[in-house]
Design a protein. Structure first.
Length: 340
């Protein structure tokens, strides 16, 4: 029997209306009036960075009444193409007090659309897990686009991971018990770091935790087209973030898998993954596809699509029922990875 493939077409499959937001989440979104700008001009980026700098989390909140010790360390920066080390990378190291042998290290990569944030952005959730499970948190302060386009951000993250693995024993942890984690742009960078670690022969990772990860520079999935103008990070903002990272190469044929992990042809040989995403956000379809392709390559992945969730819903509405479910699922998965 001859199987005839359907004719190729350039027409995009039609998509229906956007999925509804969860009622609790929608109410929180309306109250906050939160919408990130779609037009990320250099002036808007600078203003946003300055505003975020005034809201950075101070050490006195990170130590949590003595539960953690907090310090900033300087690690060697990435190697240049000539093999020489260039610059340094700043790492925020939070160690559980009174625990000589923590269970593992969470290597945290912050979000911010590739253009915003620092090592303290979003680290509080990692500290929640660390306080519950007795973990060290190491959070990396990578260079931001468009000032520093690809490969600067991911190479900084990888350089910080190398330092973390080499100093794991000093932190009381076996070097093989490092879990890379990140949210949004940080989730995309965490996925890219896992690919780099696989392809460069280490360091070995115990797992990868990808929370609503930003994976695909092509920005053309049905969910991206559904959510234009809706939620926290829509298709237009996403295009701005990817363009800041990649410039004119964005969406073209020559984008590296270490910039946009959705471009990877081979997803075998990766550590177990946790991937979650909202059903009502730009990244839904690319994240579901990434989990699916890990399974197809014979890997392990746990996928959650939270109904009615917009991008970062659990941060904006942490008390909502779906946010509580998401937080509980993440903690359960971490417990399983640690064998607790």
């Amino acid at each position: 029997m001859t199987i005839v493939s359907p004719p190729a077409t350039t027409d995009k499959a039609p998509v229906g209306p956007p999925p509804p937001f969860d009622p609790e989440l929608a109410a929180a979104l309306d109250v906050a009036g939160a919408r990130l700008p779609s037009a990320w001009t250099p002036e808007v980026i600078m203003a946003a960075r300055e505003a975020m700098a005034t809201m950075t989390t101070p050490d006195e909140l990170l130590v949590r009444d003595g539960a953690f010790t907090v310090e900033e360390v300087t690690a060697p920066g990435p190697l240049d193409t000539d093999g020489l080390q260039r610059g340094t990378v700043s790492l925020l190291v939070c160690r559980p007090a009174g625990i000589s042998h923590p269970s593992a290290i969470l290597y945290n990569i912050h979000g911010g659309g590739m253009i915003l944030g620092d090592s303290r952005l979003g680290v509080t959730e990692a500290l929640d897990w660390a306080q519950e499970l007795g973990l060290v948190v190491v959070s990396v302060d990578y260079r931001l686009a468009p000032d520093h386009p690809h490969p600067a951000p991911v190479e900084d993250c990888y350089a910080g991971l190398l330092w973390t693995a080499r100093h794991a024993a000093d932190l009381g942890v076996h070097p093989a018990r490092v879990i890379v984690c990140g949210q949004s742009a940080g989730g995309g960078l965490a996925a890219a770091v896992a690919l780099l670690a696989r392809d460069r022969g280490g360091p070995a990772l115990a797992a990868q935790m990808l929370l609503c990860p930003m994976l695909d520079d092509r920005n053309d999935t049905p969910s991206a087209r559904q959510m234009v103008g809706l939620g926290i990070w829509d298709r237009n903002a996403n295009e701005a973030g990817w363009t800041a990272l990649l410039g004119d190469a964005r969406g073209g044929p020559d984008v590296s898998l270490y910039a946009a992990p959705a471009r990877a042809q081979n997803l075998s040989g990766l550590p177990p993954a946790f991937i979650d995403v909202g059903s009502a956000e730009t990244f839904r379809d690319e994240d579901v596809a990434y989990a699916t392709r890990i399974w197809q390559a014979g890997g392990a992945a746990e996928l959650h699509v939270w109904p009615g969730g917009f991008h970062g819903f659990d941060l904006m509405a942490p008390q909502a029922a779906v946010s509580q479910d998401a937080k509980a699922a993440r903690l359960r998965w971490l417990r399983r990875q640690l064998g607790d």
